[in-house]
Design a protein around this ligand. Structure first.
Ligand code: ATP
Length: 236
Protein backbone atom coordinates (compact mmCIF):
# COMPACT_ATOMS: atom_id res chain seq x y z
CA UNK A 1 0.00 0.00 0.00
CA UNK A 2 1.26 3.46 -0.97
CA UNK A 3 0.45 6.27 1.46
CA UNK A 4 0.94 10.01 1.17
CA UNK A 5 0.46 11.95 4.42
CA UNK A 6 0.10 15.75 4.45
CA UNK A 7 2.32 16.07 1.36
CA UNK A 8 2.96 19.62 0.16
CA UNK A 9 5.02 21.05 -2.66
CA UNK A 10 5.30 24.60 -3.90
CA UNK A 11 7.20 26.26 -6.73
CA UNK A 12 7.87 29.86 -5.78
CA UNK A 13 4.45 31.31 -5.03
CA UNK A 14 2.57 28.47 -6.71
CA UNK A 15 1.22 25.82 -4.36
CA UNK A 16 1.21 22.66 -6.51
CA UNK A 17 0.22 20.26 -3.68
CA UNK A 18 -1.35 21.39 -0.43
CA UNK A 19 -1.38 18.81 2.38
CA UNK A 20 -2.30 15.80 0.25
CA UNK A 21 -3.53 12.69 2.08
CA UNK A 22 -3.86 9.83 -0.36
CA UNK A 23 -3.71 6.04 -0.34
CA UNK A 24 -3.31 3.55 -3.17
CA UNK A 25 -4.31 0.12 -1.79
CA UNK A 26 -2.58 -3.12 -2.82
CA UNK A 27 -3.62 -4.79 -6.07
CA UNK A 28 -5.81 -1.89 -7.20
CA UNK A 29 -6.35 0.12 -10.39
CA UNK A 30 -6.45 3.66 -9.04
CA UNK A 31 -7.45 6.62 -11.21
CA UNK A 32 -6.35 10.12 -10.27
CA UNK A 33 -8.62 12.69 -11.91
CA UNK A 34 -7.85 16.37 -12.11
CA UNK A 35 -8.00 19.38 -14.42
CA UNK A 36 -4.90 20.91 -15.96
CA UNK A 37 -2.72 22.44 -13.25
CA UNK A 38 -4.40 20.47 -10.42
CA UNK A 39 -1.05 18.98 -9.39
CA UNK A 40 -1.30 15.48 -10.91
CA UNK A 41 2.15 15.33 -12.48
CA UNK A 42 3.73 16.84 -9.38
CA UNK A 43 2.15 14.09 -7.29
CA UNK A 44 3.58 11.38 -9.56
CA UNK A 45 7.02 13.01 -9.61
CA UNK A 46 7.14 13.08 -5.81
CA UNK A 47 6.12 9.42 -5.56
CA UNK A 48 8.72 8.43 -8.16
CA UNK A 49 11.41 10.44 -6.40
CA UNK A 50 12.19 12.85 -9.26
CA UNK A 51 11.52 15.61 -6.71
CA UNK A 52 11.03 15.73 -2.95
CA UNK A 53 8.05 17.13 -1.03
CA UNK A 54 8.56 20.30 1.02
CA UNK A 55 6.53 18.69 3.78
CA UNK A 56 4.83 15.38 4.51
CA UNK A 57 5.63 11.71 4.18
CA UNK A 58 5.42 9.13 1.41
CA UNK A 59 5.52 5.45 2.41
CA UNK A 60 5.06 1.99 0.90
CA UNK A 61 3.76 -0.58 3.38
CA UNK A 62 4.73 1.73 6.23
CA UNK A 63 8.33 2.21 5.04
CA UNK A 64 9.25 5.83 4.22
CA UNK A 65 10.39 6.29 0.62
CA UNK A 66 10.61 10.09 0.49
CA UNK A 67 14.27 11.02 0.68
CA UNK A 68 15.28 7.72 -0.95
CA UNK A 69 16.91 7.94 -4.37
CA UNK A 70 14.49 7.29 -7.19
CA UNK A 71 16.21 4.11 -8.41
CA UNK A 72 15.84 2.43 -5.00
CA UNK A 73 12.08 2.94 -4.75
CA UNK A 74 11.04 0.17 -7.21
CA UNK A 75 8.40 2.39 -8.75
CA UNK A 76 7.60 2.26 -12.46
CA UNK A 77 6.83 5.44 -14.41
CA UNK A 78 5.21 5.43 -17.85
CA UNK A 79 5.65 8.89 -19.34
CA UNK A 80 2.98 10.60 -21.37
CA UNK A 81 5.21 10.94 -24.44
CA UNK A 82 6.56 7.35 -23.95
CA UNK A 83 10.19 8.63 -23.71
CA UNK A 84 11.60 5.78 -25.83
CA UNK A 85 15.05 5.79 -27.43
CA UNK A 86 14.32 6.19 -31.16
CA UNK A 87 17.68 4.79 -32.28
CA UNK A 88 17.22 1.52 -30.33
CA UNK A 89 15.08 -1.48 -31.27
CA UNK A 90 11.98 -2.48 -29.30
CA UNK A 91 13.94 -5.14 -27.37
CA UNK A 92 16.82 -2.80 -26.65
CA UNK A 93 14.41 -0.21 -25.28
CA UNK A 94 12.77 -2.77 -23.01
CA UNK A 95 16.09 -4.25 -21.86
CA UNK A 96 17.65 -0.83 -21.24
CA UNK A 97 16.45 -0.55 -17.66
CA UNK A 98 17.66 -4.05 -16.81
CA UNK A 99 21.13 -3.41 -18.21
CA UNK A 100 21.65 0.08 -16.85
CA UNK A 101 20.05 0.15 -13.41
CA UNK A 102 22.67 1.57 -11.12
CA UNK A 103 21.97 -0.68 -8.13
CA UNK A 104 21.35 -4.11 -9.64
CA UNK A 105 22.10 -4.08 -13.36
CA UNK A 106 21.78 -7.51 -14.96
CA UNK A 107 24.82 -8.96 -16.72
CA UNK A 108 23.41 -12.34 -17.69
CA UNK A 109 22.35 -12.07 -21.35
CA UNK A 110 20.04 -15.09 -21.16
CA UNK A 111 18.17 -13.58 -18.22
CA UNK A 112 17.93 -10.19 -19.95
CA UNK A 113 16.58 -11.88 -23.10
CA UNK A 114 14.07 -14.04 -21.19
CA UNK A 115 12.74 -11.15 -19.12
CA UNK A 116 12.53 -8.86 -22.17
CA UNK A 117 10.58 -11.49 -24.12
CA UNK A 118 8.25 -12.09 -21.16
CA UNK A 119 7.55 -8.34 -20.87
CA UNK A 120 6.86 -8.07 -24.62
CA UNK A 121 4.53 -11.06 -24.41
CA UNK A 122 2.69 -9.41 -21.49
CA UNK A 123 1.91 -6.32 -23.58
CA UNK A 124 1.02 -8.28 -26.74
CA UNK A 125 4.22 -7.53 -28.67
CA UNK A 126 5.69 -11.02 -29.08
CA UNK A 127 7.81 -11.03 -32.25
CA UNK A 128 8.24 -7.23 -32.35
CA UNK A 129 11.56 -7.17 -30.52
CA UNK A 130 13.78 -6.59 -33.57
CA UNK A 131 11.70 -3.70 -34.96
CA UNK A 132 12.90 -0.12 -34.86
CA UNK A 133 10.87 2.06 -32.51
CA UNK A 134 10.63 4.64 -35.29
CA UNK A 135 8.82 2.08 -37.48
CA UNK A 136 5.99 1.08 -35.13
CA UNK A 137 2.62 2.71 -34.44
CA UNK A 138 1.68 5.01 -31.54
CA UNK A 139 -0.24 2.23 -29.81
CA UNK A 140 2.72 -0.12 -30.14
CA UNK A 141 5.05 2.54 -28.71
CA UNK A 142 2.75 2.85 -25.74
CA UNK A 143 3.06 -0.91 -25.19
CA UNK A 144 6.86 -0.76 -25.48
CA UNK A 145 6.91 2.00 -22.85
CA UNK A 146 4.78 -0.17 -20.60
CA UNK A 147 6.97 -3.25 -21.18
CA UNK A 148 10.07 -1.22 -20.41
CA UNK A 149 8.57 -0.27 -17.06
CA UNK A 150 7.14 -3.69 -16.20
CA UNK A 151 10.34 -5.60 -17.01
CA UNK A 152 11.91 -4.13 -13.84
CA UNK A 153 9.06 -5.62 -11.73
CA UNK A 154 8.04 -2.40 -9.95
CA UNK A 155 6.01 -2.42 -6.72
CA UNK A 156 3.61 0.13 -8.21
CA UNK A 157 3.20 1.56 -11.72
CA UNK A 158 2.56 5.29 -12.30
CA UNK A 159 0.95 6.18 -15.64
CA UNK A 160 0.93 9.86 -16.60
CA UNK A 161 -1.98 10.43 -19.03
CA UNK A 162 -1.16 7.10 -20.71
CA UNK A 163 -3.91 7.33 -23.34
CA UNK A 164 -3.43 11.01 -24.18
CA UNK A 165 -1.43 10.43 -27.36
CA UNK A 166 -3.72 7.70 -28.76
CA UNK A 167 -6.73 8.00 -31.05
CA UNK A 168 -10.21 7.05 -29.76
CA UNK A 169 -10.18 3.45 -31.09
CA UNK A 170 -6.78 2.67 -29.69
CA UNK A 171 -7.68 4.32 -26.42
CA UNK A 172 -10.61 1.95 -25.86
CA UNK A 173 -8.42 -1.08 -26.58
CA UNK A 174 -5.59 0.12 -24.37
CA UNK A 175 -8.08 0.67 -21.51
CA UNK A 176 -9.06 -2.99 -21.57
CA UNK A 177 -5.48 -4.14 -21.96
CA UNK A 178 -4.11 -2.00 -19.16
CA UNK A 179 -6.71 -3.42 -16.80
CA UNK A 180 -6.00 -6.99 -17.91
CA UNK A 181 -2.22 -6.54 -17.54
CA UNK A 182 -2.60 -5.06 -14.07
CA UNK A 183 -4.82 -7.93 -12.98
CA UNK A 184 -2.36 -10.48 -14.31
CA UNK A 185 0.54 -8.86 -12.44
CA UNK A 186 -1.37 -8.19 -9.21
CA UNK A 187 0.41 -4.84 -8.61
CA UNK A 188 -1.28 -1.45 -8.26
CA UNK A 189 -1.48 1.01 -11.14
CA UNK A 190 -1.94 4.75 -10.50
CA UNK A 191 -3.37 6.24 -13.69
CA UNK A 192 -3.46 10.03 -14.00
CA UNK A 193 -6.00 11.59 -16.32
CA UNK A 194 -8.01 14.72 -16.99
CA UNK A 195 -10.87 12.66 -18.46
CA UNK A 196 -13.83 11.83 -16.20
CA UNK A 197 -14.91 8.96 -18.47
CA UNK A 198 -11.45 7.45 -18.43
CA UNK A 199 -11.10 7.78 -14.65
CA UNK A 200 -14.50 6.26 -13.92
CA UNK A 201 -14.25 3.38 -16.40
CA UNK A 202 -10.68 2.43 -15.56
CA UNK A 203 -10.47 2.80 -11.80
CA UNK A 204 -11.40 0.30 -9.10
CA UNK A 205 -11.06 3.51 -7.11
CA UNK A 206 -10.97 7.12 -8.25
CA UNK A 207 -9.38 10.06 -6.45
CA UNK A 208 -10.21 13.64 -7.42
CA UNK A 209 -7.42 16.22 -7.19
CA UNK A 210 -8.24 19.93 -7.42
CA UNK A 211 -6.06 22.90 -6.54
CA UNK A 212 -3.43 20.66 -4.98
CA UNK A 213 -5.86 18.85 -2.65
CA UNK A 214 -7.53 15.44 -2.77
CA UNK A 215 -11.27 16.19 -2.74
CA UNK A 216 -12.53 12.63 -2.64
CA UNK A 217 -11.25 9.08 -3.04
CA UNK A 218 -13.92 6.44 -3.55
CA UNK A 219 -15.24 3.72 -5.82
CA UNK A 220 -16.50 5.04 -9.19
CA UNK A 221 -20.11 4.33 -8.12
CA UNK A 222 -19.84 6.30 -4.89
CA UNK A 223 -17.99 9.12 -6.56
CA UNK A 224 -20.60 9.39 -9.28
CA UNK A 225 -23.64 9.11 -7.00
CA UNK A 226 -22.39 10.90 -3.89
CA UNK A 227 -19.77 13.46 -4.84
CA UNK A 228 -18.39 14.77 -1.58
CA UNK A 229 -18.66 18.46 -2.29
CA UNK A 230 -19.30 20.94 -5.03
CA UNK A 231 -15.65 21.11 -6.03
CA UNK A 232 -15.44 17.35 -6.53
CA UNK A 233 -18.76 17.38 -8.36
CA UNK A 234 -17.48 20.05 -10.69
CA UNK A 235 -14.94 17.48 -11.94
CA UNK A 236 -17.51 14.77 -12.66
P1 ATP B 1 -1.35 19.14 -16.51
O1 ATP B 1 -2.45 18.13 -16.70
O2 ATP B 1 -1.57 20.41 -17.26
O3 ATP B 1 0.01 18.55 -16.70
P2 ATP B 1 -1.11 18.80 -13.66
O4 ATP B 1 -2.38 18.49 -12.92
O5 ATP B 1 -0.22 17.65 -13.95
O6 ATP B 1 -1.46 19.61 -14.96
P3 ATP B 1 1.19 20.00 -12.41
O7 ATP B 1 2.02 19.88 -13.64
O8 ATP B 1 1.48 19.06 -11.30
O9 ATP B 1 -0.36 19.90 -12.77
O10 ATP B 1 1.29 21.51 -11.90
C1 ATP B 1 0.64 21.98 -10.72
C2 ATP B 1 0.94 23.46 -10.56
O11 ATP B 1 2.33 23.63 -10.26
C3 ATP B 1 0.69 24.30 -11.82
O12 ATP B 1 0.22 25.55 -11.42
C4 ATP B 1 2.04 24.39 -12.46
O13 ATP B 1 2.16 25.58 -13.21
C5 ATP B 1 2.98 24.42 -11.24
N1 ATP B 1 4.29 23.81 -11.52
C6 ATP B 1 4.53 22.50 -11.74
N2 ATP B 1 5.85 22.28 -11.94
C7 ATP B 1 6.46 23.48 -11.82
C8 ATP B 1 7.82 23.94 -11.91
N3 ATP B 1 8.82 23.07 -12.16
N4 ATP B 1 8.07 25.25 -11.75
C9 ATP B 1 7.06 26.11 -11.51
N5 ATP B 1 5.77 25.76 -11.40
C10 ATP B 1 5.45 24.49 -11.56
Amino acid sequence: MLTLTRVSRRYGDTVALDGVNFTVPENTYMSLLGASGAGKTTLLRLIAGFEEPDRGEIAINGERIDGQPSHLRDIGFVFQNFALFPHLSVSENVAFGLRHRTHDALKNETEIKDRTEAALELVGLTGFGHRAVSAISGGQRQRVALARTLVCEPRIVLLDEPLGALDANLRARMCDELKAIRERLGVSFLHVTGSETEALTMGDKVAVLADGKIMQSDTPDLLFNQPMNAEAARHL
